[in-house]
Design a protein. Sequence first.
Length: 545
Amino acid sequence: MVNVMKFLQAVRPASWLKALLYVVLIAVTYQAALKQMVFYDWGKEDYSHCYLIPFVVLYLIWEKRAVLATKLTFPSWAGLAPVIFGLFLYWLGELGGEFFTLYISLWFVIVGLLWLHLGGKKIREISFALFMILTMFPLPNFINTKILLQLKIISSQLGVGILQLYGMSAYREGNIIDLGFTQLQVVDACSGLRYVIPLIVLSLLMAYWFAGAFWKKALLVLSSLPLAIGVNSFRIAATGVLYSGWGAAVAEGFFHGFSGWLIFLFTLPVLLLEIWLLRRIGGKERGNWIPACPRQAGTEKSAGMTEISTGVTGENAGPEQTTDVVGLRNGLLQPVFITAVVLIAATFAFSKGVDFREKIPIKKSFSEFPLAIGAWQGTPEQMEQQFIEVLHFSEYIMINYRDPQDREIGFYVAYYESQRKGETTHSPETCLPGSGWTFEESGTAMMPTGNGGTMEVSRAFMEKSGSRQLMYFWFPQRGRILTSLWQVKLYSFWDALTLHRTDGALVRIITPLYTTEKMEEAEARLQRFTKEIAPVLDGFLPGQR
C-alpha cells in the first residue's frame, strides 16, 4: 500500500488529466468496436477468457513499477508513427466494415500514445504487457471459422482413432462420429477453440516468467496447441465411451460441460512438467522460474515520474523547479500531447460528421425475380430465421432451378444496401465447410455473361459423405465482379471514401454431380445457366454510377 501511495503521489495532476482525456477520446472514437468486442465477442464462450486479459496486462505493468521508476522519461516523437498508422487502420476498418482492423488500430494508438509520453526505454520494459493486449482481440470471422472448422475435423479424426483403439466401432462423416447405436456431432463447442486460445495465452505467460533460453520459451508456447487438441480429442472419445453406458445425459449434460475444466486441470501440470524438463536441457538455467521484481531503494521517486506531468526532460527536472499550477499548464501544453489530441479528435469529428455510407436500394425487389429462365423452371426456397439474423443482408433470394432433363441448380443471392461493420458479405468458403462439406478443389474460372463478355468467378468442387457438388460464386460490388473477401474489404474502403457507397451482393450457384455424370457436364450446365441468369440479375442489382 505504501508503494501504491508513493506511485500515486509521483504522478501529478497534468498526467491524470491527460490520461483522462485520452480515455474519453479513445472511448468515443472506438465506441462501436469496443461495444462489439466487450458485449458481443467476449460474450461468446470461445473468447470469454478475454475478460481477464485487461487485468493481466495491468498486473504485468505493475510488476515492472520498480524498474520503470529507475528510468528517466523522455517523451519521443517516434511514438507518433504508430499513432498515425493506427488511425490509418481505423479508417480502413471503419470504411471497410471490419472490426478486427479496428481492434488492431486501437492497439497501435495505445502503444503510440505510451511511446509519445514515456519514451522508448520504458516502452521496452513493458513490451510484453503491450503484446498481451493483442490476445484480447477476437479473430476475424472468416479466419475464426476456418480455424474452428480445422479444429473440429482434427478433433473428430483423433477422437475416432481413440475410440477404435478402445475397441469401439466408430467412423467419421465430416463432423459426425457414427458409433453404430448413435451419432455424435462435433459442433463448435467441441472444436477445441475455446481451450486452444486460453491455453496459448497461459503458455505465453508461463514462457514469460520462465527464465530460460528463447527457443525453450518458443517450444513451450508451440506445444500448447497440440496438447490442447490432443486432450480435447480424448474428451470427445470419452464422451462416446460413456455414452454407451449412461446415454445422452452424459454427452449433453454434466460430463460434457465439466470435462472442459478437466482439460485445464490436465494440461497445466503437463506444461509445468515441460518447464521442469526444459530447465534440465543444456544445463541449469540461471534465475528463478518466476523472477522477483527488482527493487532499488529510493528509485520510486525518480525524475522520470516528475517529467510525465511537467513535460520537462533530462536530469534537471524536479518538483522544486515549478509550482503545481505551472506544472499543470506545461504538462497540458506539451507538444506531443497537443498533437496526439488533435489527431484523435479530428478523426472522431470527421468520422461522425461525414456520412461515408449511403444506403443504395436494390433496383427491383427479389420478389419479382422470374421463376422461368429460358428452359429452366424454378421453385422458391425460404431460409431459416436463425440464419437470416446472422447474415444481416437487406434482401435475399433462394431458388432451385431445373432444366428439361431434371438437372438441378441452386441459385442464391444476398444483397446488402450498406456493408457496415459486422454486416458484410459472407463467403461460401467459410459457411459451407461448417456444415461438413470438404473443398476438394478451389480456384477461379471464366464464365460467360450473356452479353458477349466473360467474368472471372470463384470455383469450388465439394464433397460430403459421397455427395459431390460444383459451385461458382462471385461478389457484384458497385459495377465490379470480385472473387474474394479481401477484394471486397479493400474496395469497400475505397468506394466508401470516394463514392460514399458500400452496397454489394453475393451470388452463388451450385449443382450436384449425378452418379454417372462427369465434371465437364456439370461445368457446362453452370456456364449455360450463368449465361442466361447474368443479364436478368443485372436488372436487379445496382451497378456503377
